[in-house]
Design a protein around this ligand. Sequence first.
Ligand code: ADP
Length: 151
Amino acid sequence: YSGKTANQLLGEHIRNLFVKDYKSRPIIVKENSSVYDAICTLFLEDVGSLFVTKESSQLLGVVSRKDLLQVSMGNNDLSAMPVGVMMTRMPNIITVKEEDTLYYAASQMMRHQVDSLPVIRPAQDGEIDVEIVGRISKTTIVKAFVEIGQP
Ligand code: ADP
């Protein structure tokens, strides 16, 4: 008998879940996509935020539903305005790596008050670009929670 309480065991179990096993497909728009198209993508893909990239999968920024609502409230031509001008940009994006724990991802979302995080492959030596390989959202955490609690 290890002498560990049920809570300690549960905590250990939770801290042993990894981003790579829970990440979902990232929903991506290009920096020159219009705000109008970004809003359509949000509905079609049923997500709360989009990651913005260059032509490649290089991460440039994030647009959330509130960013899109805010810019829509102004007197703007939404099909003429690129998302690149109003996104939250790198290096201010909170990201995680595949080898991070799901617990770390959840605590980063809490600490920085955001609903989702891009999962990135860090830049190799001499490279400046970071590539998006997935997405962790609060829904990911709820799914894991339900899975853990399953009787
Ligand atoms: P919502 O705007 O729908 O409440 P969030 O709470 O995720 O969604 O976003 C709040 C703000 O934080 C937005 O301005 C958004 O651009 C920004 N944001 C979202 N995700 C991230 C992230 N991973 N890193 C940095 N900023 C982010």
